[in-house]
Design a protein around this ligand. Structure first.
Ligand SMILES: Cc1cc2nc3c(=O)[nH]c(=O)nc-3n(C[C@H](O)[C@H](O)[C@H](O)COP(=O)(O)O)c2cc1C
Length: 188
């Protein structure tokens, strides 16, 4: 029997993304974002509030990075989602993370295994949505998460998943099936 539970969006698996940009003094501003996803083969949409220091920094710098957070970095990943650069000027230093400028000019946070460097394409601001859309111009990954084919092996990522039913972090589990193949028997 199905029972009704509390209305809550995002009870599904969401990513733990670390969004970062340099301000005019090359200081890193960064935040945690679960409301983000691919919206094209080389585009990422992030639903981030306009008041966040990171958002304001991205709107000025026009370049930013999106890193995939892994289990090893759960402490700084959560911290940058609690603290705000609006009232903590040394937020990045306190996180203990390290960054280098990527080819795009966006900060590449070295601690996280995969980093998408993005150019700001547009800001969408309606009654219900505040979103920025980035074009991915470069992706780099720590070689320890690459498979034999030179591409990112998801099973090596230990990536974090955020879930809004509990507001807790989980980690990605094991392979459950093959995309575009499991449903094929029903195609006949
Ligand atoms: C797990 C988690 C997920 C979050 N996801 C989002 C999000 O998708 N969008 C958003 O606007 N804020 C999100 N936040 C909140 C921001 O990360 C938080 O307000 C942060 O302090 C903003 O930092 P800033 O002002 O230095 O940019 C999230 C926080 C946590 C802990």
């Amino acid at each position: 029997m199905r029972k009704e539970v509390k209305i809550q969006s995002g009870g599904y698996a969401m990513p733990v993304l670390i969004i970062a940009a340099y301000d005019e003094n090359q200081k890193v501003e960064l935040m945690n974002a679960a409301w983000g996803m691919s919206c094209g083969s080389d585009q990422i949409a992030l639903f981030i509030s306009s008041g966040h220091k990171t958002t304001q920094t991205i709107l000025k710098s026009k370049v930013f990075s999106v890193s995939i957070a892994d289990e090893a970095n759960i402490v700084p990943a959560d911290f940058v989602g609690i603290a705000t650069g609006n009232s903590m000027p040394d937020k990045f230093a306190k996180s203990g993370l390290t960054a280098v400028p990527g080819e795009s000019g966006a900060p590449v946070i070295e601690d996280f295994p995969v980093c998408y460097e993005c150019e700001l394409l547009e800001e969408v601001n309606t009654d219900n949505i505040h979103c920025i859309v980035g074009k991915v111009v470069r992706v780099t990954a720590d070689e320890k998460v690459l498979g034999e084919n030179g591409q990112v092996d998801p099973e090596k990522l230990n990536l974090l998943i955020f879930n809004q039913f509990s507001m807790n972090y989980y980690k990605m589990g094991e392979l459950a099936g093959i995309g575009w193949k499991e449903g094929k028997p029903l195609m006949d």
